[in-house]
Design a protein around this ligand. Structure first.
Ligand SMILES: CC(=O)SCCNC(=O)CCNC(=O)[C@H](O)C(C)(C)COP(=O)(O)OP(=O)(O)OC[C@H]1O[C@@H](n2cnc3c(N)ncnc32)[C@H](O)[C@@H]1OP(=O)(O)O
Ligand SMILES: O=C([O-])CC(=O)C(=O)O
Length: 379
């Protein structure tokens, strides 16, 4: 049922439709605009930009010139090493831990070792997180699963290429590096989504940058938000053919189950990131000779639109795209973190620059007055 029906009171649960602040970073679902970062259309960015260029745009307020981008990438490449104390902590985390919990702990530990003493340090702390997050997740993953202590530098000058190189122990091919770059751009920023709002609430108390990002990681972890890309993978892997997928989805819809990777809190007809990642998923599917996952994903998309007018969000085709590049499913959401840390921290900077503590009100629904009873007289 649409909230827009005449006479129907809008459903504002989940703060839907409420303006909770200002931002110059991003528009989501604005009529005719789709998704923009500082006014740049997401398609133009995904077609032309490097992720580091987009991070610079979000964090420094303008696209870098050639020399500025070269310097920025050099700086990020120089910040990839893990402190020994952080390696020790990562080595304690069990193999069956969720990698998002590893990211959360990794970020928090980094905040203990390299604390932001003063907001004047924020840009350096942010650059460090952008540079070191791929090292945190791949160091833990390969230590926990293969028992190796990897070196965390690589020849790759891009964050996406660097991640793949550390994960697989070899340089990625051009297509994979390109897709990682596009993926990181698509996930970089999305206005007042739940994890970004978490970061801003934390920032509004004048807390430190690692606390803001640690809280945001915890919020992104849930399957209704970033965790949906992993859940989407689990879904599509259940089906061996498109017909099986159709039957399976129809059953799930009948049982009123949530289908992960579909729907959105703000977009109503499509998520502009989907068309972009879908094209790349198709290219990757051809590269690996896949005849199952991509056609199954396409059928899921058709069925969900036909039955419920629900469309794929950014997460759905990311699942098969990442899978085709040999990325383990449980690392999908940490990749989202490696990207969204740019958006989160750009929002923290924006909040700090014009701050008032975020403290909304609640409609009280409890009893009017409760009479105190001593403990042994309580019913
Ligand atoms: C990068 C990202 O974070 S994108 C989001 C990733 N999350 C997912 O993919 C999880 C699956 N999707 C969902 O749970 C939801 O669509 C959300 C959380 C993204 C948005 O939630 P809401 O804003 O509450 O959705 P919305 O108001 O559009 O829901 C309308 C109706 O469609 C249903 N619906 C929405 N998405 C789905 C879905 N994926 N599967 C089945 N039904 C759905 C809702 O249950 C609701 O039904 P109701 O009116 O009977 O209660
Ligand atoms: O905007 C949202 O609610 C969720 C989302 O798509 C994102 O954070 O990328």
């Amino acid at each position: 049922m649409s909230d827009k029906e005449p006479g129907k009171k809008p459903n504002t649960a989940g703060l839907r439709g409420q303006v909770a602040g200002e931002t110059a970073l991003c528009t989501v679902g604005k009529t005719g605009a789709g998704l923009t970062y500082r006014g740049y259309d997401i398609t133009a960015l995904a077609d032309n930009a490097q992720f580091e260029e987009v991070a610079y745009l979000l964090l420094r307020g303008k696209l870098p010139k050639r020399q500025e981008l070269d310097d920025y990438k050099k700086k990020l490449s120089s910040l990839r090493a893990l402190p020994d104390a952080l390696k020790k902590v990562l080595e304690q985390i069990p193999k069956d831990a969720h990698p998002m919990d590893v990211m959360r702990t990794g970020c928090s530990m980094l905040g203990n070792l390299e604390t932001e003493a003063d907001f004047s340090e924020q840009d350096d702390k942010i650059d460090r997180m952008l540079a070191v997050f791929p090292s945190i997740i791949t160091y833990w993953y390969r230590f926990a699963h293969e028992g190796v202590r990897i070196e965390t530098d690589s020849d790759s000058d891009s964050i996406g290429g660097h991640f793949l190189e550390l994960l697989h122990g070899k340089k990625p091919n051009e297509l994979h590096e390109r897709v990682m770059n596009v993926s990181l751009i698509l996930y970089a920023e999305h206005e007042f989504n739940a994890s970004t709002f978490t970061a801003r609430v934390c920032a509004s108390t004048l807390s430190d940058i690692h606390s803001c990002v640690t809280g945001a990681i915890g919020t992104l972890r849930g399957p209704l938000h970033g965790g949906a890309n992993e859940a989407a993978m689990e879904l599509i892997q259940r089906f061996k053919t498109p017909d099986e997928a159709e039957k399976g989805l129809m059953g799930m819809l009948e049982r009123k189950e949530k289908i992960m990777g579909f729907g959105h809190a703000i977009y109503r007809e499509s998520d502009p990131r989907n068309a972009i990642i879908k094209q790349w998923a198709e290219k990757l599917s051809q590269e690996v000779g896949d005849t199952v996952l991509y056609p199954v994903s396409v059928r899921c998309e058709e069925v969900m639109w036909r039955e419920k007018k629900l469309f794929c969000n950014a997460d759905f085709f990311h699942a098969s795209a990442y899978h085709f590049m040999g990325i383990p499913t449980e690392l999908f959401t940490p990749i989202f973190v490696m990207s969204r840390v740019s958006g989160w921290t750009a929002h923290v900077k924006e909040q700090r620059a014009n701050n008032r503590i975020i403290r909304p009100s609640a409609d009280y629904t409890g009893p009017d007055h409760s009479e105190w009873l001593p403990i042994d007289q309580r019913p």
